[in-house]
Design a protein around this ligand. Structure first.
Ligand code: FE2
Length: 219
């Protein structure tokens, strides 16, 4: 009996999964939300602006990740996938550190997966050891990711996402999380959120026009 070459679609697809359009939409959504939350927290305008830049760029290390993943496509171990994925924040930092971005932007990117309780990566920083920009990005990144469709699940609606985040609130700076909730509820109240129709967009990417922030802020 002839055997065709067996594939392991689940592992391959997950390892190779990278869609530039999706990543850009996510970056813009995180940028807009991070700017609004930073404002709500009371950061000065310049830092809000820099955080919007960091929001667009925060996952740029995933582009580098592709070269590490190349050749590992047949590795079925989820742990391997996690190991590589967990490199992306440091890879992004390395990629940008000599390109004239501020320390505020660079550290926000480097630490955007640190959890407030010390369980994140790459450095297991906890509490206020984590730069405030990274603490804001952490909240916004999770919200925008859960609010968007993924290959393996549909987007959750906004209030469900907030509920899921409350279950994991140990990961977040409470002051920032409360500011984030105020921003989300304010938008809900103001009717900026269109009803659930366009779920691919996740968080609105139409806010402050941050699509051009990279170029504007980059020396
Ligand atoms: Fe990330």
């Amino acid at each position: 009996m002839s055997r065709t070459k067996e594939k392991n679609p689940a592992s391959q697809d997950r390892l190779l999964e990278f869609d530039l359009s999706t990543e850009l939409k996510h970056g813009i959504a995180v940028s807009n939300l991070a700017y609004a939350v930073a404002k709500e927290v009371g950061l000065p305008e310049d830092q809000c602006y820099q955080l919007a830049v960091a929001g667009v760029l925060h996952d740029i290390g995933k582009l580098k990740l592709r070269s590490y993943i190349n050749g590992q496509e047949n590795n079925p171990l989820v742990i391997e996938e996690l190991k590589y994925v967990r490199m992306h924040s440091a890879l992004g930092y390395e990629e940008l550190k000599d390109q004239g971005y501020s320390d505020f932007i660079l550290e926000s990117i480097l630490y955007h997966h640190e959890n407030f309780d010390g369980t994140g990566y790459p450095s297991n920083k906890c509490g206020e050891e984590i730069p405030i920009g990274a603490r804001i990005l952490r909240v916004c990144d999770v919200f925008c990711a859960l609010s968007s469709d993924r290959p393996y699940r549909r987007a959750f609606d906004r209030m469900t996402v907030v509920g899921l985040m409350i279950d994991e609130v140990k990961n977040f700076d409470m002051e920032i999380f409360l500011a984030f909730q105020r921003v989300v509820h304010k938008e809900e109240h103001d009717g900026i959120k269109e009803e659930t129709g366009n779920r691919d967009e996740g968080y609105s990417s139409q806010g402050n026009g941050n699509t051009e922030l990279c170029d504007q802020h980059h020396p």
